[in-house]
Design a protein around this ligand. Structure first.
Ligand SMILES: NC(=O)c1ccc[n+]([C@@H]2O[C@H](COP(=O)([O-])OP(=O)(O)OC[C@H]3O[C@@H](n4cnc5c(N)ncnc54)[C@H](O)[C@@H]3O)[C@@H](O)[C@H]2O)c1
Length: 392
């Protein structure tokens, strides 16, 4: 393709803004933001004006019918990923899908049925992209975070197994309304946040397996636990509360222990109940090395202010509650979180047809494992994932 890759963005909210800014960071005329659509037209208009997008489409169908769009970038709530993604693939568009790839939204309260439903949705996306010969690009930005990429290279140099991975994404509560309800989110913290460190852990073990064994190392078993901490008696009795509440039927804390097929493990935690700004980290403990990836916070900049007003409107970090005291202001949070590198890889993939680093297979393993963890949490058992995974 020796013309710009033309993008249609669906959604004009939090992550759509991050994607739009990442497209504009790409050097040269390699990409064109052709159109956007969102559920509220005026929001889409404002978004198009801010991000220099040529036109606003009235609906997803209109966007998919535009022959001048090569890639559909889905930045919409989780329950829309599968239906919109399948339609985009059928329309012959390459597909970027935000995390989680999809989920289960109907069989709420029945974890075994949710696991089956989530895999049907994941397979619908993978199969429709395969059938249409288009790329499925899974927007797991942790795969592209510079610290995770550095961890991969350090372990490649160390030539030794990663025995244990510990990872967490937590903060004080999602901003988005759809995230409060299972029918639109497909789960709580474990799905919405846990997918990030889990995706990075799977990426690192896949890369290690390819280098050492000539095959990806994959998960085989999972144990999970979840809780609704802001619904607990203890929390309700607290006199001052700074966490977001209002979770309707989803967990606000979850953890999972994953066993891999080489006998190694990952411990993943996710919560919407953590104060102090977003907490994104992964530590890999190897046979001859330890690597800690501090995505956010990190100590690139450390600052102090005696009162919250000192730094005015200057940005500090995602979801920090106060600018007072010692803080870790992020000089370029998007870069450290992997978004520009992710978008660059997806545009390259759409242009030259080669696979992205973060693809549908990785995404499907993440879905199977998290919904396996929900089954484990409900039944109090260790879940064998092998019957639910695809051969690769
Ligand atoms: N990678 C990350 O770090 C990250 C961060 C936040 C969110 N996300 C993911 O991005 C997705 C969107 O989350 P968000 O926080 O941006 O949500 P948001 O609520 O801020 O934005 C959602 C957007 O989807 C649009 N939308 C909803 N229904 C629509 C429809 N039927 N047709 C067209 N547009 C529709 C809304 O108009 C809105 O603009 C979710 O899947 C979420 O998991 C990823």
């Amino acid at each position: 393709m020796n013309r710009p890759v033309r993008i249609g963005i669906v959604g004009a909210g939090f992550i759509a803004r991050i994607h739009a800014e990442a497209y504009h960071r790409l050097p040269g005329p390699g990409v064109e933001l052709r159109a956007v659509c969102a559920s509220r037209g005026e929001r889409a208009q404002a978004f198009a004006a801010t991000h220099r997008i040529e036109r606003v489409a009235g609906s997803v169908e209109e966007l998919l019918g535009d022959p001048e769009i090569d890639v559909i970038d889905l930045c919409v709530p989780n329950h829309l990923h599968a239906p919109f993604g399948v339609a985009a693939a059928r329309a012959g568009k390459h597909l970027i899908v935000e995390k989680p790839l999809t989920g289960a939204f109907e069989h709420v309260g029945n974890p075994r049925a949710l696991l089956a439903e989530a895999l049907v949705n994941a397979d619908a996306l993978l199969d429709s992209c395969d059938a249409a010969g288009v790329r499925l690009m899974y927007a797991e930005n942790w795969v592209y975070a510079p610290s995770i990429q550095k961890a991969r290279r350090l372990f490649a140099a160390a030539r030794a197994p990663i025995l244990r991975i510990e990872g967490e994404e937590s903060h004080s509560g999602s901003h988005a309304e759809y995230a409060r309800r299972w029918a639109t989110a497909g789960g709580g913290s474990l799905l919405g946040k846990g997918c990030h460190p889990l995706g990075a852990a799977f990426y690192l073990k896949r890369a290690e397996g390819q280098a050492r064994l000539g095959r990806p190392i994959r998960p085989v078993e999972v144990i999970g636990a979840t809780a609704r901490l802001t619904s607990s008696e203890a929390y309700r009795a607290s006199s001052r509360a700074f966490l977001r509440g209002g979770w309707i039927d989803v967990e606000d804390w979850g953890t999972m222990v994953v066993m891999f097929d080489d006998g190694t493990v990952a411990q993943i935690t996710a919560a919407d109940t953590v104060l102090g700004g977003i907490k994104n980290y992964l530590v890999a403990y190897g046979a001859n090395a330890v690597v800690q990836a501090n995505i956010n916070p990190n100590t690139a900049v450390v600052a102090y202010a005696p009162t919250p007003d000192v730094f005015g409107d200057e940005y500090i970090a995602e979801k920090i509650e106060t600018k007072a005291g010692w803080t870790f202001p992020a000089p370029d949070e998007d870069f450290m979180t992997g978004y520009p590198a992710e978008i660059e890889d997806f545009v390259r993939s759409a242009r030259d047809g080669s696979p992205p680093l973060s693809d549908g297979h990785l995404a499907r393993d993440v879905i199977a494992t998290i919904y396996g963890a929900y089954v484990s949490a409900a039944e109090g058992t260790r879940i064998d994932l092998r019957p639910f995974l695809h051969e690769e």
